[in-house]
Design a protein around this ligand. Structure first.
Ligand SMILES: [Zn+2]
Length: 127
């Protein structure tokens, strides 16, 4: 499947350039290629805005997953101070971008991001 003549698979818009969504690496530099035939039979096509938001969602999920590991006392990508700070900054950035968008993101809720930031801050204080 090399072309998609429909609409954005997230928001449904059809009057803009659609891009096949490829992520490459995830937030922590691990391979993340959901378009490989072996790992994904259903490539998604998104408009520019939704592509941006999909990236935000991916980073948010990565950070939340690593935070959950950290708070459970397991090995985590954010167990070092540098990575922890980088993740915190990224969450602030995600929240800022969400705040700039007029329409509701199809992938992410601002309150979810705020909640994770609060949890991160709690952990910082207890360390
Ligand atoms: Zn869209």
């Amino acid at each position: 499947m090399d072309s998609w003549n429909g609409s954005c698979q997230a928001c449904g818009t059809s009057d803009c350039l659609l891009t096949k969504f490829s992520l490459g690496k995830d937030f922590f530099g691990r391979p993340y290629d959901r378009l490989s035939p072996s790992s994904d039979q259903n490539p998604k096509w998104y408009c520019v805005t939704c592509s941006v938001h999909k990236n935000l969602q991916r980073d948010f999920r990565d950070i939340r997953a690593e935070f959950d590991k950290l708070s459970a006392g397991q090995g985590s990508e954010i167990s070092t101070a540098d990575e922890f700070r980088r993740a915190s900054l990224r969450l602030q950035e995600i929240l800022a971008i969400l705040g700039e968008t007029k329409q509701q993101s199809p992938f992410l809720n601002g309150p979810d991001v705020t909640l994770l930031m609060e949890r991160l801050n709690t952990l910082t204080m207890s360390v």
